[in-house]
Structure formats: C-alpha cells, structure tokens
Design a protein around this ligand. Structure first.
Ligand code: GAR
Length: 188
C-alpha cells in the first residue's frame, strides 16, 4: 500500500507512521510527503528519514483552483493508494477530491462531527465537554467531513489547557492512525 502524506505543521502524527514503517510494524510505503508551505517540521522529518518531499506553496498560485490542480497532479504522479492528511490545514478543491475519491484520509483531534475545523481541541474545551477524542475519516469536500473509519475517546481533565489536552489526544490519535492504516494495508 503506497501513501502520500500531506502536512502543514510539525508532523508528529506523520513521525509515528514513519517510525512504524521503519521498524516493520506497518506494511506501508510512504511514497512522498508534501506540504502547502515551505519550512514545515513534517517535511523536515520526512527528509530526515530519506523520504521524497515536495512543497506546493499555496502562496505561489493565483487561486485555490490553480493550487488544487498543481497539488492533484503532484500527488497523482506517485500513484498512491491513499493520500493522508496528517495535519494538512488547507481545504482542497473539488479536483483533488474527485481524483482521490474515497482514498483521501484525514485525522482530526475531536469526535467528529463535533468540533470540526482548525481549532477542534480549543473549541471542545471552550464548550465544556467532558469527553472528546480523535477521528480518522475519509475526507470529502467539506471541512473535516466524510465517512468515519475509527474514533477514540479522551477524557477532559479539570485543569486541561488546549496544549495538555491536545498532547493526550495526539497519543490516541497516533495509535488510531496506525491501526487504521494497518487495517487498510491488510485489505480491510
Ligand atoms: C493533529 O492533531 C491533527 O488531527 C490536526 O492537526 C494536528 C497536527 O499535528 N488536524 C486538524 O485539526 C484538521 N482539522 P502534527 O502536525 O503534530 O501531526
């Protein structure tokens, strides 16, 4: 199973995938790691692991459609079975969704459909929920929408900040992501 991973940030979830592949726990080939801007930790981690990387910088394109076209072509060139949004914080256009229909995966740090968007942890905390968690789903054209593949719950503590809660969610999120990828690699 070949994947292309897309990142916008530090790439700690991606690192868990890289590590699991490297020590034989996950039978997946990471064909490439791409970002929507230069200087991401995710691309740095991938390059350090000897994985091919690319940047399709949103700022270099006239509009979302032009950027989406470039990103779609770039990803298609690797002929991936799945494209994984691993903290890719950019909405992709229809062309990308159509090209990777049913094979674009996303991880999100909340129990979708609750608290979608860029601040899922902050929003859950602000609402005052006592349980939140993480979701791995097939992404469609919406913001963190599409069929849910798996979820894990995380209890919110009285003294949690966005940072402490996100760190605990990420522990579950990494495990969940590896579980889902292993299932898909095994043909589930
Ligand atoms: C992850 O928690 C991921 O779920 C979230 O960004 C974080 C990236 O962390 N994605 C979203 O909020 C998507 N709406 P990382 O760069 O350390 O893997």
């Amino acid at each position: 199973m070949r994947i292309v991973a897309l990142v916008s940030g530090t790439g700690s979830n991606l690192q868990a995938v890289i590590d699991a592949v490297a020590d034989g726990r996950l039978d997946v080939e990471i064909a490439a790691v791409g970002a929507d801007r230069p200087g991401t930790g995710g691309v740095e981690r991938a390059a350090g692991a000897g994985i091919e990387t690319f940047v399709v910088d949103f700022g270099d394109y006239a509009d979302r459609a032009a950027w989406t076209h470039a990103l779609t072509q770039k990803c298609l060139a690797y002929a991936p079975d799945y494209v994984l949004s691993s903290g890719f914080m950019r909405i992709v256009g229809e062309e990308f969704i159509e090209a990777f229909d049913g094979t674009y995966l996303n991880t999100h740090p909340a129990l979708l459909p609750a608290f979608p968007g860029a601040h899922g942890v902050r929003d859950a905390l602000a609402y005052g929920v006592k349980v939140t968690g993480c979701t791995v789903h097939v992404a469609d054209a919406g913001v963190d929408t599409g069929p849910i593949l798996a979820q894990r719950a995380v209890a919110v503590r009285e003294d949690d900040t966005e940072e402490t809660l996100h760190e605990r969610i990420k522990i579950e999120e990494r495990a969940l992501l590896l579980e889902v990828l292993a299932g898909l690699a095994a043909g589930a």
